[in-house]
Design a protein around this ligand. Structure first.
Ligand code: FE2
Length: 667
């Protein structure tokens, strides 16, 4: 008789416990154990329960291949799902084999777990394991099917109803409970009647009366600073869309700013041309928004300007706006606005830029370039990398909740009749915008050092996003280098890994529609390429997403700083705008406060937040566990440095503090 002691861990998530209808069977190279019931595995709602059990067999099983876990469909106990985290097995030969699970099992479910060292397909010598590896992926491809959301857009998961997703892909019970509580607070806002009021704001103070919901010191500062030129420019570097600004060495032909126009705002004795040569001129250009069909209100399309804005880095190292053109085509009735224009003209011009930048930030930088891209990564991982693959173990925590949150977003936020249908970019304009976003999205732009270099921003002072993004890129890169080099000591192992190649190929074809001009690879040939690719993926779904998601409450809940809709078109001549026009231009009370509550809802830190680099254990190899510990220690050092830096700043930049970055796109 051979005995196999088992240590079974129930998950630390709410409602993880089970009743006694759980059975395990060990499958070894020389046979199967008895099917053994785990009595008292995790009664009721107990979480993080560790139970010890024993599985027996008439003879030793040899090399342990698989561990079968099942919830008996016929057992008399209540049909309650069980969240199994891990099972550790000690063999009669005194080997410890660790089986990660991290799955919800419902009545009738049966899973086959792989234990021990992570392997690539060509490293599995047992035909039973090769076969299981293939079966697992066949099943995964049936569960996670691609769907063409719209022609010219990245493919998405083919499940429309969020609660139809597999249980481990859905929000945890605690997060669902927390978000339900937040929704109740939004309902409280509705009870004040404001969510149904189509009246305009009488004055700016009026807006503050609803911001009780969204109070943050930072948001309060934004409400005081929003008219200020320095703050307007600062946001291109350190706000919630730091991906638009670039150095300008030559004016685009459709933005005819002259020396004469901007001379009063430049240092004495210099010219625009000289300042461009030195590298002190910057530009933001929202050409991607040009000509999109916008929402129709009262029979008219609301305005959305594909604005251009020129900025100047002064001798005092302050970035300031120099000139704004509210549309791509220069003409007599599309004047270039300047800081010397009337207060109302200049403020209205800046308001149109904030409007287009906010929508660009939310729909292109955030939704498309992180959420939809993250969904492609998650789908490709789930479909092509089996549980025992080292990259599955490394990446699966970086896909947590992504499919669910995107499915919810499609059900509530995007598309006809959803929230953003009431913004300037209605459902009619969203698909064309996503198509343009995909065409413009390059591999290099998702790699932080390449992105900063391409935009000529290496030496800009007080650019905290860049400083922190590069720190994050570097620390992720060194962690990924260690893990990848451990599993892929040779370039030939990268090219020979058929699952990895299929994974990259699916991302290229379903995410980037086979567009070689994107720079996305369709295959990876060596270790260096793989390290960069995995770094890009982890950076995108963690740090890049945090830079776009976490500051929404701080920057956008003050409606004039982040309007999602404007009512009045840009002025066609200078001198006619009044301060009352600004209030008339802003979103009405209903949509303005609804948008405010959305930003607040999305930038919340939820109960089950997992910060970057913290992983449920999936690896067994001590060397890799040490790499994770080193990664966590380095992240902690960076976190301390960012906290210290922020203490010195009037407006802190906390969004890329590793303790505030979530592992995955999960909200
Ligand atoms: Fe998000």
């Amino acid at each position: 008789m051979a005995e196999y002691p088992l240590t079974v861990t129930t998950g630390d998530v709410l409602h993880a416990g089970a009743f006694d209808n759980v059975y395990v069977t060990l499958v070894g190279a020389q046979g199967r154990s008895n099917r053994t019931q785990l009595i008292g595995v995790g009664p009721g709602n107990e979480t993080e329960k560790v139970g010890t059990f024993s599985v027996t067999s008439a003879f030793t099983l040899g090399f342990l291949l698989l561990l079968q876990v099942e919830k008996d469909p016929f057992h008399e106990s209540e049909a309650k799902p069980w969240f199994c985290s891990t099972i550790a097995v000690r063999t009669p030969e005194d080997d410890d084999v660790f089986f990660p699970c991290y799955k919800w099992l419902s009545r009738g479910d049966l899973v086959l777990l792989r234990g021990g060292r992570a392997t690539k397909a060509f490293e599995d010598f047992y035909p039973r394991l090769q076969d299981q590896r293939k079966r697992e992926l066949v099943q995964q491809k049936l569960t996670y099917e691609w769907d063409e959301y719209a022609e010219g857009m990245a493919f998405v998961l083919n499940i429309k109803e969020p609660n139809s997703l597999p249980a481990e892909d859905r929000f945890s019970f605690s997060k669902a409970k927390h978000s339900a509580y937040r929704r109740k607070l939004v309902d409280a806002l509705a009870e004040t009647g404001i969510l149904h009021s189509t009246a305009r704001w009488e004055n700016f103070e009026d807006m503050k009366n609803v911001s009780w919901l969204t109070k943050s010191t930072h948001a309060e500062r934004v409400s005081q600073l929003w008219k200020n030129d320095d703050f307007f420019a600062y946001q291109f570097l350190n706000g919630v869309n730091p991906y638009m600004i670039r150095r300008c060495s030559k004016l685009p032909p459709n933005f005819p700013v002259t020396d004469e126009m901007v001379k009063p705002f430049l240092a004495k004795g210099t010219t625009l041309t000289k300042e461009m040569e030195i590298g002190n001129i910057f530009i933001v250009d929202y050409k991607i928004m040009e000509g999109l069909p916008t929402t129709v209100l009262d029979g008219k399309r609301v305005p959305l300007t594909a604005a251009l804005c020129l900025l100047y880095m002064t001798n005092e190292k302050k970035l300031r706006p120099l000139a704004i053109q509210l549309g791509q085509q220069p003409s007599q009735d599309n004047p270039i606005f300047l800081p010397s224009d009337s207060e109302a003209d200049w403020l209205l011009a800046k308001l149109h830029v904030r409007h287009v930048d906010t929508l660009h930030g939310l729909l292109v930088s955030h939704l498309h370039n992180t959420h939809l891209v993250a969904e492609v990564f998650a789908m490709a991982t789930l479909r092509n990398l089996p549980m025992i693959h080292p990259l599955h173990k490394l990446l699966i925590p970086h896909h947590r909740s992504t499919l669910f949150v995107n499915t919810v977003a499609r059900a509530l936020l995007y598309g006809p009749g959803r929230f953003f249908d009431n913004s300037s970019i209605s459902a009619e304009g969203q698909v064309p915008l996503m198509r343009r976003a995909l065409v413009q999205l390059s591999y290099a732009s998702l790699c932080a050092p390449d992105d900063i270099a391409a935009r000529g921003l290496e030496s800009v002072l007080n650019f905290y996003y860049r400083d922190d993004a590069l720190r994050m890129w570097n620390v992720i890169h060194s962690f990924v280098t260690a893990v990848v080099a451990y599993y892929y000591p040779l370039d030939s192992e990268v090219s020979a890994d058929s699952e990895l190649q299929q994974w990259v190929d699916e991302i290229f074809n379903y995410g980037f529609l086979g567009n070689a001009a994107s720079g996305f690879p369709s295959s990876l040939q060596n270790v260096e390429e793989l390290i960069k690719y995995v770094t890009m993926l982890i950076f995108t779904v963690s740090a890049r997403h945090a830079s776009l998601n976490s500051g929404q409450m701080d920057y956008l809940t003050w409606i004039p700083n982040g309007p999602l809709l404007l009512h009045l078109a840009p002025p066609t001549a200078k001198g006619n705008t009044t301060m009352e026009d600004i209030l008339t231009t802003l979103p009405d009370k209903s949509f303005g406060s609804l948008a405010m509550s959305l930003h607040w809802f999305l930038s919340e830190k939820y109960d089950d937040f997992v910060s970057l680099g913290h992983y449920p254990q999936r690896f067994s190899e001590p060397a890799v566990l040490r790499m994770i510990e080193d990664f966590q220690a380095e992240l902690s050092t960076i976190s301390d440095a960012i906290v210290k830096r922020n203490e010195e700043l009037q407006l802190p930049y906390p969004y890329l503090n590793p303790k505030e970055i979530e592992n995955s796109v999960s909200i």
